[in-house]
Design a protein. Structure first.
Length: 134
């Protein structure tokens, strides 16, 4: 993941979501911060150690085992899809990415393989560097 900032939408309704609230305070924090670290297609590495390092490196109350447990709970709540690419690397897909990232419309291709059955929304850039629909 690059250090380059990209736009991500997190709506205030996330604070009243039954699915997100079921994660508890630590899980809700991890989930909302996870969104900000995903690429334009809603994906990122899924190894708990990597997630801990990227998403919550300074939160001492969340260790690698906590992250693994919370990711499993997020999957149970249908907030994320946990899967492996063809090389066995664990990945995360935000399950309802395109429901919430409506302002993004279409984005650059992901560096990560999509989960089975997932449809990416890909763009190219025009001569001015703006995203345009293919």
């Amino acid at each position: 993941m690059s250090g380059k900032a990209e736009s991500r939408l997190i709506y205030s309704s996330i604070s009243t979501s039954d699915r997100v609230s079921s994660l508890g305070a630590k899980g809700a924090l991890l989930y909302t911060w996870l969104i900000t670290h995903c690429d334009g297609q809603g994906r990122m590495p899924g190894k708990p150690k990597v997630v801990k390092h990227l998403v919550v490196p300074l939160i001492e109350d969340l260790n690698e085992a906590d992250v693994a447990q919370l990711l499993t709970l997020m999957e149970k709540e249908r907030l994320v899809i946990l899967y492996e690419d063809d090389n066995g690397r664990p990945l995360i897909q935000i399950a309802d990415w395109w429901d919430w990232q409506t302002g993004l419309k279409y984005r650059a291709p992901s560096h990560y393989q999509a989960p089975e059955g997932w449809v990416d929304r890909i763009t190219n850039r025009d001569d001015n560097g703006r995203f345009v629909k293919e």
